[in-house]
Design a protein. Structure first.
Length: 108
């Protein structure tokens, strides 16, 4: 799958990718590098983000319902207003992440 010129798949390097409002529903991004990426307003429902590097990513207002975020690195990520209902955050690192106004209670 290619979105905005970026190949979307597991173990891909998408560091700094510009993907605001992208529809990535159900995609497999397991183990990918999305550090510093712009994903604000993106649809990431049921996306496999297991072990993904999302450090410093912009996820403001993103839909992450049912997303697999186990072991993801979300340090310093902006998640303000994101929907995390049903997301699995087991083992995720949320240190310094902005969680104001999120829906769903993050349980790392």
């Amino acid at each position: 799958m290619v979105i905005n010129g970026f190949e979307i798949g597991p173990n891909t390097n998408l560091q700094g990718a510009d993907l605001p409002f992208a529809n990535l529903r159900g995609a497999n991004l397991r183990g990918s590098n999305l550090q510093g990426s712009d994903l604000h307003g993106a649809s990431l429902c049921n996306v496999n983000l297991h072990g993904t590097n999302l450090r410093g990513a912009d996820l403001r207002g993103a839909s992450l319902e049912g997303a697999d975020l186990r072991g993801a690195d979300l340090r310093g990520a902006s998640l303000e207003g994101a929907d995390l209902q049903g997301a699995d955050l087991q083992g995720a690192n949320l240190q310094g992440a902005g969680l104001q106004g999120t829906k769903g209670v993050p349980h790392p």
